[in-house]
Structure formats: structure tokens, C-alpha cells
Write a protein that binds this ligand. Structure first.
Ligand code: MSP
Length: 652
């Protein structure tokens, strides 16, 4: 059966300096979409590359004292290395200096000139070099570029023009008839209101004041305007009007051009009009994502806040970085980057939620079944919720990805991770393990957990390829167990394999939060005082209330031993404790006691633990239980238990 094609593109990057994590977002998102489509059975093709002509690059080369060609040649390796590091599985890397691309641009220009869409005239206006955009007087904002706010240069030169106005009505109609062409909707409205409705002016499509560009064949002192050179890369890569292999029939029209919001205008106004003039179909979707911001502001060299993806990937791992940028950019909105947020996500979502799920399951399988995933099935109603969520998750994620929303897809996947962790708490395998009669049930619980982990391994791979691979390795998944089809019905995991325990998927990161983050997180003094007052009032009221013995037995109290304690990554007041309560692995319990205890003092203490408190996230870290303490004046002391009592001993 021939697979359905899916063609996805990223913008082609200016090779004018180092790429930052903002640039990395588009490419990682496109890669995740390509991989997801491949998983679901498409013949997915991804294009990326570099946009190498134009005044900006020529200036950079002059500054560096080399020719523009030498300058761009010197940048390419770095960019390709970055994509390799980020695990980008592109199918073609196009450069606008490629001979075949240049051919396409020259032929397009000739064709449009011959059919009368391009004519010669004189350009009088302004040019913004950083944006490579022309502006008229009335479009300037306070005399500066309306896109980036930087000063513009006066430009007056003989030039060729493209008759944009001829196609404006057709484009407007197309946008109306294809409501999902420009996404998200807010960007569509912006384009229609700000550009189409006021009326399009003819576009200047050649320059004579510099020469680093594709020469116009019939008028050599002109080079083609850089956007008219760059946009057709999406078709020159497929062999349009050049001598490359013809992939147009297979992949055109593109399924989606993924671009940042700053260049959506070029992709939804200029590009469709060029395509109409060439008699080609328009791309099915143009998706304009937001920006990754730093402290709410734009990132860039000129702002001095560039975040280097290579450094981050080296420090925290590629998948953690991929996860951070993908999960942060909610549909249609801007994202935010901070190192504290990244560390927090690694510790909470990756190390704690996902990593622990795998390691707890593997540890219990090792302990109770010598590492061999058991086959016995003894279903109980509590399994139903986990199984049905696992079966639903692939479809939900597919819909999210078709909606260009990798952040939502990851959220749906991590809901399954949380559900599986909750299933461990509900089924309490360590209790089942104590009872020989419950072995079949214990086997079923561990099978269900392993099968859920298989779903997670398969579904996480497009977003975090290394993690998916590591999980598959640990669970000994066969190629058949890693297919989309195998996720149709819960139960595809072949029991009987002996799995080995591996190193943690994501080790927790010990990192002091920045001073600034600390300040932000400190509750105001006034709020604290008020909360204390209210608590005191409540406590006083309670003294007179009597409770029944049934009510008293509601909290389940046991003896626990603190095996490890560390400071919370994001809150000064909190300590994150690992407490042995006689279960398979220690419970993580967060307590607000750092004012009175150091982590070293706590380690080894026998304490009183309430174990049936609903788990909660405290400043992003899951707390599953509570340590009991007494308060006297301004001091808080933990209730300690006799050291002779073993962890897990019930307190009545
Ligand atoms: N060369 C043009 C694209 C031509 S496509 C036919 C260009 N290049 S760029 O290198 O400046 O930007 C490439 C992409 O990176 C754009 O989609 C841009 O929106 C994106 N980003 C640049 N900074 C960004 C963030 N801070 N956050 C997210 N994306 C950002 O434009």
C-alpha cells in the first residue's frame, strides 16, 4: 500500500550568526510533527535549510573581511551540527546558493516577467535591512520599520515590480473559503485586517544597490528581492523548474509551512500570490507559532539575551530541551524560557513523573517476578480507567498534532503518565506482594503498568526520540511493539521478557534557583501574617469540636524513615524528602520545614507520616503524604517515632 505523503517545511534560516533556542523551536516542532506523521503511517518529508542572499549577509561578509559566498559557506556546518545535536530528522537541507535553486528563481522571474506580472519601474521608499522589507512613508511607525522598530534607509532605485494588486481579491476569496489555511485564527484576522483590507501595493522584487543575490537573467544589474528568492525554496527543493528529481507531483502542495509569527505576512500574502501567478496550488496550511521570550521580551543578539541551545543541550540533555520548548509554546501564544523553568520541568515531569514510573515498575518486576514481565491477568474495575485512557491517548495526540499543537499532545501524554502513577497508589503492589494469594493480581497490575509504559515509549518518541529509544530498550520492545497499529488495543506487550533495570531516564538536577526567582517566589509578609491569623482562629474553633472514632481513623498514620532530604528547586521554605514507609520505593513528601531543619539533620529520622493524603504539587514538585509536626510559638518540630519501629508500622 502506498503511503499518503505529508510535506512539512521550516523557514530557511539566515546564516548570519549563531542560532538561538527561539530558532530551534520551529525546527524541533517540525521534526516532532514529521516523526509523528511517520509513526501514524504517512510518507512524511521535511525540508529545512538556509536563506543566504541579501543585503544583511553581504554586510556581515564585509565586516568579516570575506566574500559573501565564503561567509555563508563558513556558517553551514555549524547549523547542520546544531540540527544533528537536536536530533532533527530532515530529509533535505536546501541552500539558496545551490545551483538548482538559483535556476528555479531565474526561471520563475523570467516566467512572471513574460506573462506581464513583473514590470520595470522606479522604487522610492524605505528599506529595513534587518527585516529585508520595503516600506512606504505611510507604513512607517514613527519613521521606523513597523515590524522591528529599527531605523530604515531611504531607497530610490530602478526596480522590477510584481503586480500584487492583481491577485489580492483572489487571495482574499481563498482565505475566506479555506478558514484553516492561516493558523491560528488570530493570525489570519491580523493578515486580513492589516494587509489585505487596506489594499495591496505592488511589490518591489529586484535590487540594484548591492549584488549578493540571484541575478535577473535579462537585466544583470538587478538581483532578485530576497523574499522572492527565499519563498520558492519550498518548491525548488522539489525540483520545480530545475533539474533535480521531480518531487512536486508527490509532495506539492505542502501540508504545512511552519513559521514564526514575524514572517507570517510573507508566507500568507506574498507566497500564495506568487503561487497563484505560477499557476500552482497553495499550501494547505501556514501555521504561525509564537516566540520564545526571555522575561517576557524578545530574544536576540541586540538585546544581549541570546540563549545558546548547544550549551543547554550539553548541560541538560537534548530531550529535556526538546521537551521544554515543545511543551512551553501553547497554541497561538508566546512561550517563555528560563533555566529555572527548565530545571523544574526536568525534576518534576521527567525525573519524577516519567522516570519514576519506569523505575518503580522495573524495580517491582525485579523484586516480585525476578524481572520477568508476568502474563497472568486478573482484572479489577480499577484497571478500566487506566486502560481506556491508554487506548484513547494515541487518538487524542493525533488530533492535537493535526491541529499543530505539540504542547497539547505532550500534555495528553503526560496525563497518561500521571494516571499510571496514580494506578500504582491505588493498587499498592507492595501490599499485594505480601500476600501469596494475590500473586495473579500483582502480576496483572505490573503487566498493566508495563503495557502503559509501552504506549508512552511509542508516543513519546516523536517528541523525545532518545527517551523513546531508551524506554523501548529497557522494556525490550520489538519493532512490532513500537508501531502505531500496536496501540489500537491495550495488551500488545508480549509478556515473558526479562527486563533489566537501567540508569534513571532523567536524573534529578540539583540546582539553586536564581536569586531573582527566589525573590519572585517569596510570599509577601502581609499575606503570610494574615494566613497565620486565620489558621489560628480556625484551630481555636476546632478545639471545641468533638469527632467520632471513625473520623479519627480516617487519616492513615504510619512510621516513616527519611532516607534522603534535599532543598526544593523553587522554594526556599520547602524540603523534598524521600521517606521509607515500607513500600516498594520511598515516598516523596514535601514539607515546609527548612527554617527548622537542614536536609542533613533530617536524613535518618523516624517520623510520623500521614500516607493517605491526596498527592499535591507544591511549587511544581509532587508531594505524596505529610510529615506530622508540632508547633510551638515560632518553632516547628517533627513528631519523631521510636527508632525501633520499622517503617510502615501503623499508628493508631
Ligand atoms: N530567512 C527568513 C525565513 C525565510 S523562509 C522562506 C528568516 N530567517 S530567521 O533566521 O530570521 O528566522 C527563522 C525562524 O526563526 C522564523 O520562523 C522566526 O520566526 C523564528 N524565530 C526567531 N526567533 C524566535 C524566537 N525567539 N522564538 C521562536 N521563533 C523565533 O526569518
Amino acid at each position: 500500500m502506498t503511503k499518503k505523503p505529508f510535506y512539512i517545511t521550516t523557514p530557511i534560516y539566515y546564516p548570519s550568526g549563531d542560532l538561538h533556542i527561539g530558532h530551534t523551536y520551529t525546527t524541533v516542532a517540525a521534526d516532532a510533527m514529521k516523526r509523528f506523521k511517520t509513526l501514524t503511517g504517512y510518507d512524511a518529508y521535511m525540508l529545512t535549510g538556509t536563506d543566504e542572499h541579501g543585503q544583511k549577509i553581504q554586510k556581515k561578509a564585509e565586516e568579516a573581511g570575506v566574500t559573501p559566498q565564503e561567509f555563508v559557506d563558513g556558517q553551514i556546518d555549524k547549523i547542520k551540527k546544531l540540527w544533528k545535536l537536536m536530533n532533527i530528522d530532515y530529509d533535505q537541507f536546501i541552500r539558496t546558493t545551490d545551483e538548482e535553486h538559483v535556476k528555479t528563481i531565474q526561471r520563475i522571474f523570467e516566467k512572471l516577467y513574460e506573462q506581464g506580472d513583473i514590470y520595470k519601474g522606479k522604487y522610492e521608499g524605505h528599506y529595513c535591512t534587518p527585516c529585508e522589507s520595503f516600506w512606504t512613508d505611510s507604513q512607517l511607525v514613527d519613521g521606523c520599520c513597523p515590524d522591528c522598530g529599527r531605523p530604515v534607509q531611504d531607497a530610490s532605485e530602478e526596480a522590477y515590480f510584481f503586480k500584487m494588486s492583481k491577485y489580492a481579491d483572489r487571495l482574499m476569496k481563498y482565505i475566506e473559503e479555506h478558514p484553516d489555511f492561516i493558523q491560528p485564527e488570530s493570525r489570519k484576522n491580523e493578515m486580513v485586517k492589516n494587509f489585505l483590507e487596506p489594499g495591496l501595493q505592488d511589490l518591489c522584487v529586484s535590487r540594484t544597490s548591492f549584488d549578493w543575490g540571484v541575478p535577473v537573467t535579462f537585466d544583470k544589474k538587478h538581483v532578485v528581492y530576497v523574499w522572492m528568492d527565499a519563498l520558492p525554496n519550498y518548491i525548488s527543493a522539489l525540483g520545480y523548474l530545475n533539474d533535480k528529481e521531480n518531487l512536486m507531483d508527490k509532495y506539492w502542495p505542502a501540508d504545512v509551512h511552519l513559521v514564526g509569527k514575524d514572517i507570517i505576512r510573507f508566507h500568507t500574502i506574498y507566497w500564495p500570490i506568487f503561487l497563484m501567478a505560477l499557476g500552482l496550488e497553495l499550501p494547505k496550511h501556514v501555521y504561525g507559532h509564537g516566540w520564545i521570550l526571555i522575561k517576557g521580551g524578545k530574544m536576540g543578539k541586540s538585546f544581549g539575551n541570546v540563549v545558546d541551545p548547544v550549551e543547554l543541550a550539553d548541560t541538560y540533555g537534548v530531550d529535556a530541551l526538546r521537551y521544554h520548548v515543545l511543551s512551553d509554546m501553547k497554541k497561538g501564544a508566546d512561550g517563555n524560557y528560563s533555566e529555572d523553568m527548565l530545571v523544574n520541568k526536568i525534576n518534576v515531569n521527567l525525573a519524577n513523573d516519567l522516570g519514576n514510573l519506569l523505575s518503580r515498575t522495573a524495580a517491582m518486576t525485579a523484586k516480585y517476578f525476578d524481572g520477568v514481565i508476568p502474563d497472568a491477568r486478573e482484572e479489577e474495575p480499577v484497571d478500566e480507567e487506566l486502560i481506556s485512557l491508554a487506548e484513547k491517548t494515541p487518538g487524542m495526540m493525533e488530533a492535537d498534532m493535526d491541529n499543530f499543537d505539540p504542547a497539547q499532545a505532550l500534555e495528553d501524554l503526560f496525563t497518561l503518565v500521571s494516571r499510571a502513577n496514580k494506578y500504582i497508589d491505588e493498587t499498592q503492589p507492595w501490599v499485594l506482594g505480601k500476600d501469596e494469594m494475590k500473586r495473579a493480581r500483582l502480576a496483572s497490575v505490573l503487566y498493566n503498568l508495563t503495557e502503559t509504559l509501552r504506549y508512552i515509549a511509542v508516543l513519546i518518541e516523536p517528541f523525545m526520540p532518545e527517551t523513546g529509544g531508551k524506554m523501548a530498550q529497557e522494556l525490550l520492545l520489538t519493532p512490532e511493539e513500537r508501531t502505531w497499529e500496536s496501540l489500537k488495543h491495550f495488551g500488545g506487550y508480549q509478556a515473558g521478557k526479562k527486563i533489566e533495570r537501567h540508569a534513571p531516564l532523567f536524573p534529578r538536577i540539583e540546582k539553586k534557583p536564581s536569586e531573582e526567582a527566589k525573590e519572585e517566589k517569596k510570599p509577601a509578609k502581609k499575606e503570610k501574617k494574615q494566613a497565620k491569623k486565620e489558621e489560628k482562629k480556625k484551630e481555636e474553633g476546632k478545639k471545641d469540636e468533638k469527632i467520632t472514632i471513625e473520623e479519627f481513623s480516617k487519616p492513615e498514620l504510619v512510621v516513616g524513615r527519611i532516607v534522603k532530604s534535599e532543598r526544593h528547586p523553587n522554594a526556599d521554605r520547602l524540603l523534598v524528602n524521600q521517606v521509607d514507609i515500607g513500600e516498594e520505593s520511598p515516598r516523596q513528601i514535601v514539607s515546609g520545614i527548612s527554617q527548622w531543619y537542614t536536609p542533613e539533620e533530617l536524613t535518618g529520622k523516624s517520623v510520623v507520616v500521614c500516607v493517605n493524603l491526596k498527592p499535591a504539587k507544591l511549587r511544581g514538585v509532587v508531594s505524596d503524604g505529610m510529615l506530622l509536626a508540632a508547633e510551638e510559638g515560632d518553632t516547628v518540630s517533627l513528631l519523631e517515632a521510636d527508632k525501633k519501629l520499622s517503617p510502615g508500622s501503623k499508628i493508631r
